[in-house]
Write a protein that binds this ligand. Structure first.
Ligand code: AMP
Ligand code: FE
Ligand code: FE
Ligand code: ZN
Length: 289
């Protein structure tokens, strides 16, 4: 009995539809999954009903783009109230910035004789939260590059001519926002973002958990993060970070998180919700309205 708590659909930069994602979960023997699209919860309701139809447990989630001490850091949020007004307005800000960034990147590409249009990218993305993989796909379709990798290597990655920085929320602010929407905040793939020093500091900001298991973590890295989580009293999570076919082979199934960790996550969430109910004054102070 296993879970995967880090998954994307085509509502951000994955390729799976909500239905395909739920079916992939069944195919890989997953009992519980969470959707964590980048800076959007657009697909949560759809994935939830696709999961219900297949008797797969589902947790609402999102992967927020944040930064701490100048380093990019992704924060996973679980159990957020999708209808929380402040959360919705902050997501809208992320999404508008992402759409503007597509226009800026495309304008730069045009200077380098890559003749694609922002409207083609936004039409292909067909979601509120577009990113560079969508631009790369249009570049490949237009014959400007042979592969997504080539598009990133030549133009889109940092220090390349069409790179434009992304809007990021400060990590402490993102943690507060997640709590305000009733969620738990978890640092995603610490082994990719190289943010080990930040983790104890973020604990003092209210961080709830650490994604110790990830498809790009070595076994040693996972064990090190489990020890760190235990020392800091952080919840342990894990997921494949599957983007469907967008990076070749889907990674779903590569990380199988034992359900005991999901039970602890659910228990911590329930505890926080009960505490908020018991002391409504405090929940007002933390902005829970
Ligand atoms: P963005 O959100 O616009 O910054 O784009 C980040 C996404 O691009 C992440 O999902 C990355 O995994 C993906 N990405 C980064 N490098 C590549 C690459 N070489 N090929 C395909 N996708 C990539
Ligand atoms: Fe992604
Ligand atoms: Fe990420
Ligand atoms: Zn991700």
């Amino acid at each position: 009995m296993f879970a995967d708590l880090h998954l994307h659909t085509h509502y951000s930069d994955g390729t799976y539809t909500p239905d395909e994602l739920a079916q992939a979960a069944v195919n890989h023997g997953l009992q519980t999954i969470a959707l964590t699209d980048h800076d959007t919860v657009e697909a949560c309701d759809l994935v939830r009903s696709s999961c219900q139809a297949r008797h797969v447990e589902f947790i609402d989630g999102v992967e927020l783009t944040s930064e701490y001490n100048g380093h990019e850091l992704h924060l996973l949020a679980y159990f957020i109230d999708l209808h929380n007004k402040h959360f919705q307005s902050e997501l809208a800000r992320f999404q508008e910035a992402r759409q503007n960034r597509v226009r800026e990147i495309v304008a730069r590409l045009n200077h380098f004789n890559v003749g694609i249009s922002a409207s083609d990218v936004l039409a292909l993305a067909n979601c509120k939260s577009p990113g560079r993989p969508h631009i790369a796909r249009v570049m490949v379709q237009g014959g400007y590059c042979k592969s997504l990798d080539e598009a990133f290597e030549r133009f889109l990655k940092k220090h390349r001519p069409a790179w434009v920085p992304k809007y990021k929320m400060s990590a402490p602010q993102a943690i507060d926002l997640i709590h305000e929407a009733g969620g738990l905040a978890v640092v995603a793939h610490p082994g990719i973002n190289h943010c080990d020093d930040a983790i104890p500091e973020l604990v003092t900001e209210g961080l709830d958990g650490l994604e110790c298991f990830h498809s790009k973590h070595t076994r040693d890295a996972s064990q090190r993060y489990v020890r760190m989580a235990d020392e800091l009293n952080l919840l342990i999570t894990g997921g494949s970070d599957c983007h469907g076919m967008s990076k070749g082979k889907p990674t779903i199934g590569q990380v199988k998180l034992p359900l005991v960790y999901v039970e602890r996550l659910c228990a911590r969430h329930a505890g926080k919700m009960n505490a908020a109910k018991a002391s409504p004054a405090e929940s007002t102070v933390t902005g829970n309205h």
